[in-house]
Design a protein around this ligand. Sequence first.
Ligand SMILES: [Zn+2]
Length: 192
Amino acid sequence: MTIEQDLYSRSEGCCELCGVSENIHVLEVPPRTGGKVDDCVLICQTCSEQIEYPDRVDVHHWRCLNESMWSQVPAVQVLAWRMLKRLSGESWALDLLDMLYLDEETLEWAEATGESDTDEETVKHVDCNGVVLEAGDTVMLTKDLTVKGAGFTAKRGTAVRGISLVPDNPEHIEGRVNGQQIVILTKFVKKT
Ligand SMILES: [Zn+2]
């Protein structure tokens, strides 16, 4: 059997998200590209268009997830999860999302396209006043800092130009003081 035939028998020829039987086609759920049945869903034009173009989303159309999110097919769960995540401004969508349990592998797949990024803001670095720091900023030290292993003290008031941010630690930035690249705690700097 071809993938299409497999999918038709799995879904009885209906869109696996909203259940209509017109204008349906096979969609491989990104980022998978293996062309396996398990990576694909049968989907209608309306659903696939709204998935692809977030600005065309008709919120009410997605009430269909109320049913389809309980599908046993991981690929369908992934699409349902991503769509609910996108609609999580709606309280009904948030409620459904709370109920939708994905196993570890499926969740990883669902998150792989970064649909959840808007929710969980990436790490923010802020100075002693709560001002957001960006790579390349100049900061001033707000206290004398003993630089371990370098044998000098970076004096309060020292300007550090062109800082870089330590990606996975919001409390750490790096900058050059006395010609040496050192790690500085964000709470001891002030953006200038
Ligand atoms: Zn549909």
